[in-house]
Write a protein of this length. Structure first.
Length: 373
């Protein structure tokens, strides 16, 4: 992967938004059309009307047509190679530098910015979408303090305001005058917060994937899901939460059982992009808590339900059928947003993007295209 010259990319993207791309298939079509017409004109003007001359010209046309069809077998039936190009690098945000990856920089659609969960998670899981969303530039990044980004260890930055500031910096540096935003889990908190507090000029839509929008509601959902587990595991969870013994092997085993049902609902997939990429458990524990169903951190009282009506752009809620952010809750949140839709991915958990990447990408792509019509 190459390091991007963001100034150059920003300028080329702005130009591309106003000028249709001059793709290789279109170039070939024009060249073939020109040459075949030119030969026909030569043939008509020629005084050599012999059978041999006509045969040679016909043969030349056939050769050109065959070459064009051969080219289209690979180039016209699949996206141009440039659309699958990935560029990565570091860019400055308040407090440090963050790592980003930009896929499909030459694609025509409005860019999609992906925000990972956590807090303290990483963006590498979004790599499963790289070959599935090819019609637009896709940007993913690791939030400050995690993944491949800087880790200054400044706890003053461990808050949602920092995450909103990072989006502002990304938009400014990359020249993202227009974009869609997709936030997953905690990333949904950040995306919604940006929709409420950030500069939403040019934000065509926000997609909230199993978002944390209210810690009290999240914990209510978690209690419902824990109640669906075997009684022995329920008792183990209650016992160790009451004692605060979150590292006890029995509690860890019960937590893993919860995650295998509701965090992932399919066998976990190997994501090559995630090899060697570390999250930040200290950020997670400080801001959220020890497990997905026990919050003890600074987000304990986080709640934006009373402000969801302020989101003035189209919003899609997307969740797995067995999501920690329960489908019933997604419909509840959607009822509070003026222009909202809900999509549920069958047989998927909270990480629906990893459980069912093809279905997830299809829902996202279809929604984005509907917004852009």
């Amino acid at each position: 992967m190459k390091m991007v010259n963001l100034t150059t990319w920003s300028a080329s993207f702005r130009q591309q938004r106003s000028v249709a791309p001059w793709t290789w298939p279109s170039r070939m079509m024009v060249v073939f059309s020109y040459l075949s017409t030119g030969m026909h004109g030569i043939q008509e003007m020629s005084t050599l009307e012999s059978h041999t001359s006509r045969s040679i010209l016909d043969l030349m046309r056939m050769v050109l047509l065959s070459a064009f069809l051969l080219f289209c077998t690979s180039a016209c039936s699949s996206p141009p190679e440039a659309r699958q190009q990935t560029i990565d690098g570091m860019l400055d945000v308040p407090g440090g530098r963050i790592y980003y990856e930009l896929s499909n920089p030459e694609a025509e659609g409005i860019p999609l910015l992906l925000i990972h969960g956590g807090p303290g998670g990483t963006s590498c899981g979004f790599g499963l979408l790289d070959d599935l969303i090819l019609d637009r530039p896709v940007i993913r990044y690791d939030q400050l303090e995690t993944g491949k980004s800087d880790r200054p260890g400044n706890r003053e930055n461990w808050n949602i305001g920092q995450s909103v500031a990072e989006i502002e910096a990304i938009r400014e540096v990359m020249g993202l005058d227009e974009l869609h935003i997709l936030g997953l889990s905690w990333g949904g908190s950040v995306a919604a917060e940006y929709g409420l507090e950030g500069d939403t000029t040019g934000v065509h839509s926000i997609i909230l994937g199993g978002p944390l929008l209210s810690t009290p509601i999240w914990l209510e959902d978690a209690a419902v899901l824990v109640s669906e587990m075997p009684l022995e595991l329920q008792n183990t969870i209650r016992l160790h939460e009451n004692a605060g013994t979150y590292s006890h092997p029995d509690y860890v085993a019960a937590t893993d059982s919860f995650y295998s049902r509701f965090l992932y609902h399919q066998p976990e997939k190997d994501v090559p992009e995630c090899q060697g990429v570390r999250g930040n458990s200290e950020v997670y524990n400080t801001m959220w808590g020890p497990t997905e169903f026990a919050s003890t951190g600074t987000l304990l009282n986080f709640d934006r339900t009373d402000r969801l009506h302020e989101l003035n752009m189209p919003v899609l809620f997307i969740a797995g059928e067995f999501d920690e952010a329960r489908p019933e809750t997604m419909h509840r949140f959607a009822s509070l947003v003026p222009n909202a839709e809900v999509e549920i991915i069958a047989d998927a958990g909270h990480m629906a993007m990893i459980d069912k990447p093809e279905e997830y990408a299809a829902v996202v792509s279809s929604y984005l295209r509907s917004i852009e019509q």
